[in-house]
Design a protein around this ligand. Sequence first.
Ligand code: SF4
Ligand code: SF4
Length: 157
Amino acid sequence: MKIVLVNMTKQGLLKGNLYSELARIYELLEKELMLLNPGCNRCGACCNFSAFDHVLYASTIEVDFITQNVEVPDFNISDNICPFLKDNQCSIRDFRTLGCRVYHCNPHYREVLCDVYEKHYQMIRELGGKYNTQWKYLPFLDQLAEFKSDPSAFCQP
Ligand code: SF4
Ligand code: SF4
């Protein structure tokens, strides 16, 4: 019993460190985006994936970060709308994924934002390697649905 508690504490510490580092990557990203200033009126249209013809991908680390910090509402995956969109606003801005943060519909910024995305994606990828987490990079809604069906199997590291 004692060993289990020690292991749980160690795992908790690892998770804490992993998420601190992920939050730091998001912080650096936000600074970079602020300088670029691609503009967004937060209309929420791009979070309705069907209507916007958009697929949001994310890594398991990012999805896990969300599921550990906020409650994931019940949702119907066939609606193809992010369940965190409330009244056309993101209800989990502090925890949203890299793709949520980088995507801007302004076509003039498409190329530069691709580079910004790639750079921060690699940083998150390296984080996965450092903490030896399982790594998947899949549509966000698929991963949320997987979490809803079995939360215990989804947790990492
Ligand atoms: S997490 Fe927020 S920003 Fe990302 S798709 Fe959902 S509502 Fe939109
Ligand atoms: S990126 Fe564009 S579509 Fe998405 S919330 Fe901002 S303005 Fe709306």
